[in-house]
Design a protein around this ligand. Structure first.
Ligand code: NAD
Ligand code: TYD
Length: 354
C-alpha cells in the first residue's frame, strides 16, 4: 500500500483529490488531515468516510505536536498540502487566521515532513514528494495582455495572496535548505461541485436558486482564468507522481472570462435548467461596490506542466459550468445547511470601508 497524507481533504479541491486518489488507485490509502473549519462540509466528510482506504485525522496543521504524531503513526509516502484559508474577501476583513494557517501551518507541516523524510531510505526516500498547493494570485494583477510564467516575480495584492506567496517561499526554502523534495503548483481560479458558496460561481448559483440578487463587484470587468476542479485535482496527482523536486508549475484552465460574462452564462444555463416564471435570472444581476485592491486580471502560461508532466485540462469551460449548475440543483442537501449554519451569502470583504 502507498499512504498519501492530504491536508484540507474536506475542502473543495482537497475532496476532489481524495476522490481521485481512492477511485483510480487501488493501492493508495489516504490520510486526510483537516481541522474541519467553516469551509469543511460535513456532508463531504460523510461521503468520503464510506471508503475503506480513507481516514480523517482532525488536526490543525499549525499544531506541531499533533502533526509530528501523525507523521510517526502513518509514515506517508507523499504529502499533498491543500489546507488553507482560501477566500480573498475574508482575508480583507481579518487576515490573522490566514497567517496562522497558510504561513505558520505550512512551516509546521514542512518541518514535520522533513523530519519524517529523513527517516526514509532507498526508493521510499527517492519517491517521496511534498506537493505544496498554491495559487496564481501570488503573481498579482496583469493588464489586458500577457501571462504570468513560473519565472514571473511575485506581487501579491490581497492578504490571502500575500499569505500564499509567503508559504511558497517557505516551501522553496525547505527544499533549498533541508533538501525536502518539494513541488509547488500555482493553480488558477477553480470551479465545480462541492465548492463552498462564498466564491463567485457557487455563490451566484445558490443565490439564483434562492431568488436573491446576483452581486457583481465593480463593473464585472475583472478577468479570471477558470479551471475545472477535476482537472486541477488531476494536475496535483500528476505532480505527486511526476513533478521535479524544487520546481514550480502553473496549473491553468486557459479559460479567461470577465466576471460579468461568467455570471451571464450561468444565468443562461439556469434559465434552461430551472426557469423562473418571473423572468430571466439575469434580471437579478446587480453591480455593487468593488472589492478593495481588486486584481484586474490573472492569466498563467501552462506550457511547463504540459511539456514536462504531460498534464492538460480536459473539461471545456461551458460544459464545466453546466455540470456545476446541475450539481447544485441536484444537491440542495449539501448547500442548504451551509446557508443556514455557516454563511448566509452576505457581502464580505469591504474591510470596514462600507
Ligand atoms: P477550501 O477553503 O474549500 O478548503 C480548505 C480546507 O482546509 C477545509 O477543509 C478546511 O477545513 C481545511 N483547513 C483550513 N485551515 C486548516 C488548518 N489550520 N488545519 C487543517 N485544515 C485546515 O479550499 P480550496 O478552495 O479547496 O483550496 C485548496 C487549496 O488550493 C488552498 O491551498 C488554496 O489556496 C489553493 N487554491 C485554490 C483555488 C480555488 O479557486 N479554490 C485556486 C488555486 C489554488
Ligand atoms: P472569488 O471567487 O472570490 O475568487 P478570487 O477572488 O480568488 O479570484 O472571486 C472571483 C471574481 O469574482 C473576483 O474578481 C471577485 C468577483 N466576485 C464578484 O463579482 N461577486 C462576488 O459576490 C464574489 C464572491 C466575487
Amino acid at each position: 500500500m502507498t499512504t498519501i497524507l492530504v491536508t484540507g481533504g474536506c475542502g473543495f479541491i482537497g475532496s476532489a483529490v481524495v476522490r481521485q486518489l481512492l477511485g483510480a488507485r487501488p493501492e493508495v490509502r489516504v490520510v486526510n488531515v483537516d481541522a474541519l473549519t467553516y469551509a469543511a462540509n460535513p456532508a463531504t466528510q460523510r461521503e468520503l468516510e464510506r471508503h475503506a482506504r480513507y481516514r480523517l485525522e482532525r488536526a490543525d496543521i499549525a499544531d506541531t505536536g499533533a502533526l509530528a504524531r501523525l507523521f510517526t503513526t502513518h509514515k506517508p509516502d507523499g504529502v499533498l498540502h491543500l489546507a488553507a484559508e482560501s477566500h480573498v474577501d475574508r482575508s480583507i476583513d481579518d487576515a490573522t487566521v490566514f497567517l496562522k494557517t497558510n504561513v505558520t501551518g505550512t512551516a509546521v507541516l514542512l518541518d514535520c515532513a522533513t523530519a519524517h523524510w529523513r527517516t526514509l531510505t532507498g526508493s521510499a526516500r527517492e519517491r517521496f514528494r511534498f506537493v505544496h498547493v498554491s495559487t496564481d494570485e501570488v503573481y498579482g494583477s496583469l493588464g489586458p495582455a500577457g501571462h504570468s510564467t513560473e519565472e514571473s516575480p511575485y506581487a501579491p495584492n490581497s492578504p490571502y495572496a500575500a499569505s500564499k506567496a509567503s508559504s511558497d517561499h517557505l516551501a522553496r526554502a525547505w527544499h533549498r535548505t533541508h533538501g525536502l523534495p518539494v513541488v509547488t503548483s500555482n493553480g488558477s481560479n477553480t470551479f465545480g461541485p462541492y465548492q463552498f458558496p462564498e466564491k463567485l460561481i457557487p455563490l451566484m448559483i445558490v443565490r439564483a436558486l434562492t431568488g436573491a440578487s446576483l452581486p457583481v463587484y465593480g463593473k464585472g470587468e475583472n478577468v479570471r482564468d477558470w479551471l475545472y476542479v477535476d482537472d486541477h485535482a488531476a494536475a496535483l496527482v500528476a505532480l505527486l507522481e511526476r513533478g521535479q523536486p524544487g520546481e514550480k508549475y502553473n496549473v491553468g484552465g486557459g479559460n479567461e472570462r470577465r466576471n460579468i460574462d461568467v455570471v451571464r452564462t450561468l444565468c443562461a444555463i439556469l434559465d434552461e435548467l430551472v426557469p423562473d416564471a418571473r423572468g430571466s435570472h439575469a434580471e437579478r444581476i446587480t453591480f455593487v461596490a468593488d472589492r478593495p485592491g481588486h486584481d484586474l486580471r490573472y492569466s498563467i502560461a501552462t506550457a511547463k506542466i504540459r511539456r514536462t508532466v504531460g498534464w492538460e485540462p480536459r473539461q471545456p469551460f461551458e460544459a464545466g459550468l453546466r455540470a456545476t449548475v446541475a450539481w447544485y440543483v441536484a444537491n440542495r442537501h449539501w448547500w442548504e445547511p451551509v446557508l443556514r449554519q455557516e454563511y448566509d451569502g452576505r457581502r464580505l470583504g469591504l474591510g470596514g470601508a462600507a
